[in-house]
Design a protein around this ligand. Structure first.
Ligand SMILES: Cc1cc2nc3c(=O)[nH]c(=O)nc-3n(C[C@H](O)[C@H](O)[C@H](O)COP(=O)(O)OP(=O)(O)OC[C@H]3O[C@@H](n4cnc5c(N)ncnc54)[C@H](O)[C@@H]3O)c2cc1C
Length: 495
């Protein structure tokens, strides 16, 4: 197995896309087989050694950044199988943890299949997207990653392999999981006792609900309970064609009405994605795209899967919805073929790049939110974001997954003083989202940066539930220390 410890080789493993700077490690292991991976963990408690798992470093929360641990990179575990049809219009594909999501999507599409999960950043490893239950624009229709995982092969913290198919281990009526490992070891523990928020997206802390599947405990556990080594991904037939559209509005009330029509299947459309850009986002984009109408208050990006037979009808419905909501139809951007859809996709992706360019000139980092609230409370949180930023005179943008009542607010500080004020405001935003029954993270997870907010959400009792589960599977605290669960809770708990 390759092991690197020279500063040049390990430098990249001390960062992700967060601004966390305190990473350090003795070295990085690159297992090439699942057995090598398991072997690393088997000896860990005796050595003693602790590990942080690294995917491809696109995470935003410092999760893969080691604070003194050795690093295990999944880079070399990158095999991708062939789609296997199941005879019921679905298929599955077996992939290893370090396979690139982008490569998997291309592979299955070439065979006429579709893997719906689509976090905006495609250069992530599939294992990380499972460990983080990643989601994206298409999650409006298809949900987050967990809905598309049929099986995982997990290397548990003491090196045992757990091959877990969906449906093979469910919590009983008391919430108890019971399963045995290949060498005969029996494991049993209760699922965490707390209620998750009623948001349509939620990615903060261990999953828990009545009668839950054990596979769902590992999905989204951010590498704190085991290493996802391999997975079977569920595939569906590739949609025949899609309609993509960017619709501008002069008035934000009209925009909200349009979103509510899109979300109501009785109104004739069933989009797979409904995404929002506020006026400030459009201003940033206008630096590169001169035809963005700056008299618009916001825009909705929308994608609808359709067929050649249904297309005309769907377009008629779309135009009539746009008209009834006073959309700026002449300025709006309809993309019906692949090239045009790719241009529209580039437009959406240009936003973070333009913002990052701007920030690098200010020498400051953005403060960005990932909270979501139940649908009924969305407008209150949205108005609170806007009013608070306007009052402070901040430069800010709001964009993202409005279909899931989940938009990102980025405050873009012009100096240190604004950065510090924005940090204070961030706490208020978290407080407001929680007061409205929301989640501290809808998609990016907790990692090392947001653990204190997880305590705000689940309180001490909920964190202790997570500690109980963590210690049952990882008694020597070998994996991903400092992620998800605040370190102080792991040190003081003695069960
Ligand atoms: C521009 C941009 C847009 C993004 N948009 C989205 C979005 O729309 N939706 C979304 O959900 N995320 C988004 N992300 C976040 C990110 O892409 C995802 O969290 C992704 O899953 C990280 O993958 P990675 O391979 O880069 O993982 P890394 O950053 O290397 O690691 C992420 C975490 O996963 C753990 N991990 C990695 N591999 C494994 C494994 N095999 N087993 C167990 N744990 C593991 C690591 O320890 C770490 O805690 C975005 C990021 C960027 C930069």
């Amino acid at each position: 197995m390759i092991y690197k410890h020279d500063p040049a080789s390990i430098k990249g493993f001390l960062e992700d896309t967060s601004n966390l700077k305190s990473g350090h490690t003795p070295g990085v292991f690159f297992p090439e087989t699942v057995d090598e991976l398991a072997g690393l963990l088997k000896g860990a408690a005796k050595e003693p050694r602790t590990f942080t798992i690294a995917g491809n470093g696109t995470g935003t929360t410092g999760g893969r950044i080691p604070l003194g641990d050795y690093v295990i990179s999944t880079q070399k575990l990158d095999r991708i199988g062939e789609p296997v049809p199941l005879g019921d219009e679905t298929a599955y594909i077996t992939v290893q943890a370090g396979a690139l999501l982008e490569t998997i999507q291309k592979t299955v599409e070439q065979a006429g299949w579709f893997y719906p999960p689509d976090p905006t950043e495609k250069l992530c490893f599939i294992g990380s997207t499972i460990a983080n239950n990643s989601s994206g624009a298409r999650s409006f229709k298809y949900g987050a990653t967990r809905k598309h995982i049929a099986r995982i092969l997990v290397v548990l913290p003491q090196g045992d392999l757990l091959d877990l198919s969906r449906g093979s281990c469910l919590a009983d009526e008391k919430g108890l999981f019971r399963f045995s490992l290949p060498e005969g070891k029996e494991i049993s523990f209760k699922r965490p006792e707390y209620r998750m928020p009623e948001t349509s997206k939620h990615n903060a802390g261990y999953f828990s609900e009545e009668g839950m599947d054990l596979i769902d405990l590992f999905i989204g556990s951010e590498g704190t309970l085991g290493i996802i080594a391999e997975a079977d991904l569920m595939l569906i037939p590739l949609p025949e064609t899609i309609i993509s559209c960017l619709v501008y509005f002069r008035n934000i009330e009209d925009l909200f009405l349009f979103v509510s029509l899109l979300k109501n299947p009785e109104k004739g459309l069933s989009p797979r994605a409904i995404e929002f850009f506020d006026h400030h986002s459009l201003e940033f984009l206008s630096a590169k795209y001169s035809d963005v109408p700056l008299n618009s208050e916001g825009a909705i990006f929308f994608e609808q899967e359709t067929t050649s037979e249904r297309k005309e009808n769907d377009l008629d419905t779309l135009f009539s919805r746009m008209e009834s909501c006073n959309a700026m139809t002449d300025e709006s951007w309809l993309a019906l073929d692949r090239n045009e859809q790719e241009r529209l996709r580039e437009f959406r992706h240009a936003l973070p790049l333009l913002v990052n360019d701007w920030l690098s000139r200010q020498h400051e980092s953005k403060i960005s939110t990932d909270m979501a609230v139940p649908e009924r409370a969305f407008r209150e949180l949205f108005d609170f974001y806007r009013a608070s930023c306007e009052r402070q005179g901040f430069v800010y943008i709001i964009f993202g997954h409005i279909g899931n009542a989940h938009v990102h607010l980025n405050i873009l500080p012009r100096n240190r003083e604004e950065f510090l004020l924005a940090k204070v405001l961030y706490r208020e935003f978290v407080g407001k989202a929680l007061q409205l029954g929301g989640t501290v993270s809808a998609e990016h997870g907790i990692g090392k940066l947001k653990a204190e907010y997880l305590v705000g959400m689940y309180h001490e009792s909920g964190i202790r539930e997570m500690v109980r589960v963590k210690k049952c599977l990882d008694p020597f605290l070998v994996l991903n220390r400092g992620n998800l669960i605040p370190a102080a809770y792991l040190e003081t708990e003695n069960d």
